[in-house]
Ligand binder design. Structure first.
Ligand code: HEC
Length: 246
């Protein structure tokens, strides 16, 4: 991230020299220190919570349409977010989020079996657990997570980011725009860890920086500037898609 200052640059050099597997050259100055050390959240826990709520609603809406396949695809994203939620706190928080993960797994099974009654039960379990989690105030993890291995195919995380982007772009309030920008920042913060390739990490770092900037602009409640900054996120997404054309 920019503006880390002189001492930060020294620390970055130090980390880079300790971790030869993650080369950090001046050209990669935007690769944040955190990426070299391990995963650390960049958004408040409330952003992920909102993303979980909105994905759960999306599953419900596919089910109401009788579209089990789309519901199942969305439930993959839900499970991935539940997993990520576990990294936003410690002990008690982790136990509760692990129950949420189990509930999400139950939901996936029910969806695969196209068992509507079991889906309803699993969705109720998910939303009850989310409500309990909303009342907890997790202490932020004290150190970055080394050996961070996100589950699921790349596609699952891409579809999550896409959903947040669409929700943000069509939102009518600065608060909502800020929330969706933070959701993207946290999700791309995970995508970083899907590949060790420095180019991949640089490009995910670009999306994260653009998303955090959009969130900050929205926080200042400057709607036009925030919308513009939000759209810039997508140009960073496309930069990577252009490089990864198959
Ligand atoms: C670092 C590279 C990179 C960045 C950054 C990136 N993507 Fe992707 N994206 C990919 C790759 C690779 C695929 C192909 C994934 C696959 O299906 O295996 C992909 C696929 C997708 C897809 C198609 C998923 C499907 O198969 O239906 C969508 C939608 C998408 N990305 C959205 C986004 C959005 C939105 C952002 C930014 C917020 C973004 N991506 C940022 C690399 C990236």
């Amino acid at each position: 991230m920019r503006g880390r200052g002189f001492l930060g640059a020294i620390a970055l050099g130090l980390v880079a020299s300790l971790l030869p597997s993650v080369p950090v050259s001046p050209a990669d100055a935007d690769v944040p220190r955190a990426a070299a050390k391990g995963y650390a959240p960049v958004a408040p826990v409330s952003a992920l919570h909102a993303a979980l709520e909105s994905n759960l609603k999306q599953v419900r809406s596919w089910l109401d349409d009788g579209d089990f396949d789309s519901a199942e695809q969305t439930a993959h994203g839900l499970a991935a977010l539940a997993w990520l939620h576990g990294f936003q706190g410690e002990d008690a928080w982790r136990r509760k989020t692990s129950a949420l993960r189990d509930a999400c797994a139950g939901l996936s099974t029910a969806l695969r079996r196209k068992n509507a009654a079991a889906c309803d039960r699993a969705m109720r379990a998910c939303s009850d657990l989310l409500a309990e989690l909303a009342k907890m105030k997790p202490a932020a993890p004290t150190s970055p997570v080394k050996d961070f291995r996100p589950p699921g195919p790349t596609k699952t995380w891409m579809l999550l980011m896409d959903g947040a982007y669409v929700d943000g772009k069509t939102s009518t309030s600065s608060a909502e725009l800020e929330r969706q920008a933070l959701v993207i920042a946290e999700e791309v913060n995970v995508v970083t860890w899907l590949r060790a390739d420095p180019r991949w990490r640089k490009m995910t770092g670009d999306v994260r920086a653009a998303a955090l900037l959009a969130a900050e602009t929205a926080r200042k409640d400057n709607r036009d500037a925030a919308r513009k900054a939000f759209k810039t996120i997508y140009t960073r997404c496309e930069a990577c898609h252009n490089e990864n054309k198959r």
